[in-house]
Design a protein around this ligand. Structure first.
Ligand code: AMP
Ligand code: ZN
Length: 117
C-alpha cells in the first residue's frame, strides 16, 4: 500500500529522485539528503506504515526484511568491523519528520551524542 501524500512512497515510486544504495522487491535504501555522518542511509519498506509500532501492528515481518537489507549493505560495504548505528525516530520527542517508517543507518566515523547521560 502507498500513501499519496508520503514523500518516501514517492521515492519508492520514482516520483522523487534518490540515491539508492540497496533495493529488492520489498525494501529500499537510499542516502539521506542531510547526512549526520559520513555514511547515512535510510532503509524503508515499500509498504507504507507510519512508524515502528504501526509496522508491528500491520506486518512485523517487514522488520525482518528491512534488517536483512541492513545486513546485506553493512557487510558489502565492510561497515561491520568498525560498527554502525541503527535509529528509528518515533513521534515528536524523537524528532520524527517523515511519517513512513524508516531506519537511519549511520557509519563511517565515531558516532557521538548517544548514551552521554
Ligand atoms: P526523521 O527526522 O527521523 O523522520 O528522518 C527523516 C530523514 O529523511 C531526515 O534525516 C531527512 O534528511 C531525510 N529526508 C527527507 N527528505 C528526503 C529525501 N527526499 N531524500 C533523502 N532523504 C530525505
Ligand atoms: Zn509512505
Amino acid at each position: 500500500m502507498k500513501n499519496a501524500d508520503c514523500i518516501f512512497c514517492k521515492i519508492v515510486e520514482g516520483k522523487i529522485p534518490s540515491t539508492k544504495v540497496f533495493e529488492n522487491d520489498k525494501v529500499l535504501a537510499f542516502k539521506d539528503l542531510r547526512p549526520n555522518a559520513s555514511i547515512h542511509y535510510l532503509f524503508i519498506h515499500k509498504n507504507h506504515t507510519k512508524d515502528v509500532n504501526d509496522m508491528s501492528s500491520i506486518d512485523p515481518q517487514q522488520f525482518v526484511e528491512i534488517f536483512a537489507g541492513i545486513k546485506a549493505v553493512t557487510e558489502k560495504e565492510n561497515l561491520t568491523e568498525k560498527g554502525f548505528r541503527v535509529v528509528s525516530n518515533t513521534g515528536p520527542n524523537a524528532g520524527q519528520t517523515v511519517f513512513h517508517t524508516h531506519f537511519h543507518v549511520l557509519a563511517g566515523e565515531p558516532l557521538n551524542g548517544f548514551g552521554s547521560r
